[in-house]
Design a protein around this ligand. Sequence first.
Ligand SMILES: Cc1cc2nc3c(=O)[nH]c(=O)nc-3n(C[C@H](O)[C@H](O)[C@H](O)COP(=O)(O)OP(=O)(O)OC[C@H]3O[C@@H](n4cnc5c(N)ncnc54)[C@H](O)[C@@H]3O)c2cc1C
Length: 364
Amino acid sequence: MSLAPLRASVDRLFDLTVCLRPFRAAGPRLTVERLGDVLVAHNYGHGGSGWSLSWGSSAIAVQNAMSASPSAVAVVGCGALGLTSALLAQRAGAKVTIYARELLPQTRSARATGSWTPDSRIALQSAAGPGFAAMWEQMARTSFKTYRNYLGLPGAPVEWLDRYVLSDVSRDDPTYRRQPSDPLGFAEYHDRISDITSKPELMPQGSTPFDAPFVYRSSSMMFNIADYGHTLLTDFLTAGGKIIQTEFHEPSDLTRLAEKVVINCPGYGARALWRDESIVPVRGQIGWLIPQPEVRYGLFYQDVSILPRRDGIVVQAVEGGDMKGYGNDNETPDREESERAVRTIANVYARFGGRSALHAGSET
Ligand SMILES: Cc1cc2nc3c(=O)[nH]c(=O)nc-3n(C[C@H](O)[C@H](O)[C@H](O)COP(=O)(O)OP(=O)(O)OC[C@H]3O[C@@H](n4cnc5c(N)ncnc54)[C@H](O)[C@@H]3O)c2cc1C
């Protein structure tokens, strides 16, 4: 099998970006609230799953908003949730205006990885209500189906990608990708959608250029956020949507809008705007390697994840699992973290197509 090698060298790191996942232990806030004569349908707090769940979550928020049969709807926010809410509200027949402090590509959503990760840091097992798992499944399936409409388009806003996991031990071994300690108990729901998730396949020895004892391949959907975000924004404007760049300081600011129905998608911004301290920041950093259009596969090796987006190759250090970055709201990039991750991946390509073993700590 022929796979192009990644040019994993720190001098190809052309950008570092940091973003905060808006995590809520109980899962996203999708309730409805009245502020004077304004109906507010909340749609925020999607942790590490905001892009993946966006269509399904926004479908619920739009249904809540449209229960008042408004002819005009305001959407607060222009990230993954704001844009999908705005498009769905338009499709439901409303005239829609987005009000936001930042627009894509300045929003935090633009700094996400772009993987289909619908249960990444979405809730804590202990805090999610009894109906949440079923609602999550509905959101995941609705999103998955909607993403189908963005496949095969020019610019590849959404595409399928093979991913390889390199390991020293078999998946049957209890130490396989051992989860680091998870004292909080993050909820995991992926088994509920195993019918739409590709199963990792063990590749026969020597069938790939990777020199590792065990190589697993699976396929999953990815979002080229630069193009996909642009597509969403263009679709919204083409359908007559309006955007007003503004900042709200208090929930009561919304009562001054012309629209009497608001879909509220401020992401992590809800912590300040709604004084919602149930939102916890989970810091995540991406190192960007110069794009290589010929590299069309993802890779996971020794707690480093690689995703070849069209606008750059995403390199992420993910040691520490779901707890990595938990409670950390520092959005300053840490160059050393990304350089370390690139150097780890460089070890893979030093042996690409070669024979020596990739045993951790016993490199020859
Ligand atoms: C490193 C990293 C990688 C990730 N990777 C993935 C992934 O691969 N797949 C996935 O599904 N998810 C991923 N996520 C999670 C995902 O990015 C978030 O869940 C998602 O971006 C949240 O979107 P949002 O629209 O709620 O918020 P945002 O993108 O933050 O948008 C909020 C909007 O509200 C506006 N706003 C906020 N406050 C105010 C205010 N007071 N007044 C006016 N406007 C305001 C902002 O300007 C912005 O327009 C990742 C997150 C991180 C940090």
